[in-house]
Design a protein around this ligand. Structure first.
Ligand code: NAD
Length: 480
């Protein structure tokens, strides 16, 4: 085993869990590359109590002092970019290029956190003669972040650097499928000089998530994962009085107009649908052709057929993910759809590989709302943008939607009609870059605000309003 035992990081110490043992599999060959023992609820509660003490000191520092440590951490992310990317690649199965991209995005997110002292200056105004009001953004306390398997480095960086820079103590609960990157992050925070107890990693599954939702000293939770679990975490944590932002699953749509650039458009569409084996919450799952889109359609199919499994298409995360994709292809076939490309032809004994699949629903309205989260592209057909938008709007999710066209009027119409938090024009993965924030709507997000950017500053702070009066000679009426 390359990684041996992966430890929890509790109050500055790497500690074995006292709960169930989990094996960590490499999706590329199905071999065990490490193991860990889950932290117990007792271990969680103990570390939260210690984090609470540590946070009192950390939160009392100025934002400028804290940002020095965040800056050190950013330097270490650059120094260990290669090692972190290799870990990311091995535990998740993604290509090394995708792993580099994830680490680079983590660096960009950390740079945003370094700039927080510049962003949190509050407002101040003399609201009356001798009376001043000002605002301050203060830390909220011990907070938690629960993350999914698909971006083991990038997604924790949506929440961890900002929350810490803003003076909070963080409990990170990574996916039990990909916990190794989080251990490396702990090493880097330690080397950066972060005081003990401010960044902690608790490993485990459902039980430890429930422990986080129930612990009264954790005041805020950010969650990223599937919609059913996002709902559970949102409901259980808010019932315990916590602030929660829970990002869920997605089924994203791209509307293609007849005038779309066939070569560039098809390249972008298949990269969105099949890149990272479709395991991105921003991946396109449904292509809706408006009118005759034969040129783009044939190019999408031609280029998809040329994709090489194992080179262009990495493995999916588990054998269960392969079964889910296979069951969906059976469902679509039975419902009357045409399976234009069947990824099951690429199944192998070694590793969790499956090729790209394309399902054409023709004029059948039986596509399921279910998120497949694999390399599957479904094709729908419409006569107008309004008809296409109706298909998009019917989805319970609202993460991303895009249109491919050369015509500005089509763009205006589509942007008006789409129901999704992140919209794109001629771009397959419309992820906003820093400082713009990331977040969907509908069943892709529970809670208010976005997880990154300026929006996250409000999530990780309390806004305190301070009124001062230095005019005892003035009349009592403070409204004057
Ligand atoms: P998941 O929901 O299975 O797991 C996410 C986290 O929840 C993990 O840490 C896991 O340990 C925990 N968990 C799982 N089941 C639980 C349960 N029953 N009770 C309590 N906790 C539980 O998600 P995943 O499979 O790791 O990741 C893929 C999903 O994440 C997809 O649905 C994808 O769309 C979504 N995702 C969304 C975004 C976004 O920005 N909206 C980003 C990345 C991934």
């Amino acid at each position: 085993m390359k990684y041996n035992e992966i430890k929890n990081y509790l109050n500055g110490e790497f500690v074995s869990g006292e709960g169930d043992k989990y094996d960590i599999y490499a999706p590329i060959n199905g071999e065990i590359i490490g193991e860990f023992k889950a932290a117990t609820k007792v271990q969680l509660d103990e570390v939260v109590a210690k984090a609470k003490v540590a946070q009192a000191s950390w939160g009392s520092l100025t934002a400028k002092s804290r940002s020095k440590i965040i800056y050190n951490y950013r330097e270490l992310l650059i120094k260990y970019r290669e090692e972190l990317s290799i870990i990311n690649c091995e535990e998740n199965g993604k290509s090394i290029e995708e792993a580099y991209a994830g680490v680079d995005k983590a660096i960009e997110l950390t740079e945003f956190a370094c700039s927080i002292p510049q962003l949190i200056s509050g407002k101040s105004q003399d609201v009356s003669r001798g009376i001043n009001c000002k605002e301050e953004k203060r830390p909220i306390g011990v907070v938690a972040s629960i993350t999914p398997f698909n971006f083991p480095v990038m997604v924790p960086h949506w929440s961890v650097p900002n929350a810490i820079a803003l003076g909070n103590a963080m409990i990170l609960k990574p996916s039990e499928l990909t916990p190794i990157s989080a251990t490396k992050m702990a090493e880097l925070w330690e080397e950066a000089g972060l005081p003990n107890g401010i960044f902690n990693v608790v490993n485990g599954g459902k039980e430890i998530v429930e422990g986080i939702c129930d612990n009264k000293d954790i005041v805020a939770v950010s969650f990223v994962g599937s919609t059913p679990v996002a709902k559970i975490v949102h409901n259980r944590s808010t019932a315990n009085g916590k602030r929660v932002l829970a990002l869920g699953g997605a089924k994203n749509h791209i509307v293609v107009m007849p005038d779309a650039n066939a070569d560039a458009g098809s390249r972008d569409i298949i990269s969105s649908a099949f890149g990272m084996s479709g395991q991105r919450c921003m991946a396109v799952s449904v292509l809706i052709g408006v009118g005759n889109i034969q040129k783009v359609y044939s190019e999408v199919i031609r280029k998809s057929r040329e994709m090489i499994v194992g080179v262009d298409i990495p493995p999916v995360i588990t054998p269960a993910a392969i079964k889910k994709i296979s069951d969906y292809l059976d469902f679509a076939k039975e419902a009357g759809a045409e399976i234009v490309l069947d990824g099951r032809e690429a199944l192998t004994d070694k590793g969790y590989f499956i090729g790209p699949s394309i399902i054409d629903w023709k004029d059948i309205d039986k596509m399921s709302d279910e998120e497949i989260f694999g390399p599957v592209l479904e094709i729908r057909h419409a006569n107008t943008i309004v008809e296409a938008a109706k298909i998009q709007n019917k989805s319970p999710y609202g993460n991303a939607a895009a249109i491919f066209t050369q015509n500005g009027r089509y763009v205006d119409e589509a942007i008006r009609e789409f129901q999704a938090g992140m919209l794109g024009v001629n771009i397959g993965v419309p992820v906003p870059r820093e400082p713009f924030s990331f977040g969907g709507i509908k069943d892709s997000k529970f809670g208010y605000g976005d997880i990154t950017g300026v929006s996250s500053i409000n999530f990780w702070t309390n806004l305190i309003k301070i009124t001062t009066k230095w005019n005892p000679e003035h009349k009592v009426d403070w409204m004057s």
